[in-house]
Design a protein around this ligand. Structure first.
Ligand SMILES: Nc1nc2c(ncn2[C@@H]2O[C@H](COP(=O)(O)OP(=O)(O)OP(=O)(O)O)[C@@H](O)[C@H]2O)c(=O)[nH]1
Ligand SMILES: [Mg+2]
Length: 297
């Protein structure tokens, strides 16, 4: 009997959801950064085991809606939960469980869908604190398991995988075995560039940055030409993204190129442009143009 199912990964920003997705899939599917609100879209990651397939849905971190982009992000979380076979709620073991976490945990625990809580960052979290967290959750009815892990170090993932497998149902293999995500190469390339922008740019700018791929074309000799726009919200941001003598843009470009070449397994010629689109995060039209389509989440 083949087993399969969809598993949503949810939790506040920066708790390690995308890191966990990548660890479970065994490949880098979603971008990761130390800044909160890195993930903006639902991203599927596919894990194949012996006689089963689990399809994970990475989601944006839960946060207060501030603009149309965060509206899009929070709607993505909502739709990610529809029809799944299991929900995993992640907590940062280094932080504390606050009222908001409790509210969400109680809500999901009371729903029909199998629900587990994962305490992440075990490699850096204080042991006593983690035990305290487990203690504060253990009497909540409807939590099937509380599992401490380190997504980054790959610690304690086996019991988690067992629990996931136990919650899959008899069903078909949704995706071919060699597929690791539902996202296109184009999307993944744009995310890699955004990851580097998030990494290198100073505070504030990254949140108003989006990346659009304008050209993705393979030459006869196998080299791939990629042209992309880094879109930002202010002229002053544009200057910082370009940097002194173009140094910042060069840095983003060369580190992104390395990752892109590994992803597409070919040499690439990457050209980056910086464009200003004022307040794009509040414009449905521009958001749609950049792939954040509020009508189709
Ligand atoms: N020490 C440690 N750091 C971790 C672990 N898992 C994730 N991190 C770090 O936590 C930060 C956030 O990780 P992400 O995977 O981007 O977190 P996220 O929940 O997807 O964040 P959003 O997409 O912003 O909601 C990164 O700097 C990761 O390297 C872990 O197990 N241990
Ligand atoms: Mg993420």
């Amino acid at each position: 009997m083949f087993k399969s199912g969809f598993v949503a990964i949810i939790g506040k920003a920066n708790v390690g959801k995308s890191t966990l997705l990548n660890a479970l899939v065994g490949e880098r599917v979603a971008i990761v950064s130390w800044r909160p609100q890195t993930t903006r879209n639902k991203i599927l990651g596919i894990m194949n085991g012996d006689g089963y397939q689990a399809v994970f849905i990475d989601t944006p971190g839960i946060h207060q809606v501030k603009n149309q982009l965060s509206n899009f992000m929070m709607k993505s979380v909502k739709t990610a939960l529809e029809g799944v076979d299991m929900v995993m709620y992640l907590i940062d073991g280094e932080k504390r469980i606050d009222d908001k976490d409790m509210e969400y945990i109680r809500q999901y625990a009371s729903a029909e869908t199998p629900f587990i809580v994962i305490i992440n960052k075990l490699d850096v979290a204080d042991r006593e604190k983690v035990l305290g967290m487990i203690d504060s959750l253990k009497d909540i009815e409807g939590i099937d398991a509380i599992i401490p892990i380190s997504a980054m170090k790959g610690k304690n993932l086996e019991p988690l995988k067992e629990r996931i497998e136990a919650n899959l149902n008899e069903g078909k293999q949704y995706f071919p075995e060699d597929m690791i995500t539902d996202k296109s190469l184009r999307f993944m390339v744009s995310e890699i560039i955004r990851e580097k922008a998030m990494k290198y740019l100073g505070d504030e700018i990254p949140y108003g940055v989006a990346v659009c791929i304008n050209k993705f074309k393979e030459r006869d000799n196998g080299l791939v030409d990629i042209d992309a726009d880094i879109v930002c919200e202010k002229q002053s941001h544009k200057a910082m993204i370009i940097g002194k003598g173009g140094s910042m843009l060069k840095n983003i470009g060369s580190t992104a190129r390395g990752d892109i070449e590994r992803l597409i397994d070919a040499k690439c010629f990457l050209t980056l442009y910086v464009r200003v689109k004022e307040s794009w995060r509040d414009s449905d039209f521009v958001m749609n143009e950049m792939g954040y389509d509020l009508k189709n989440i």
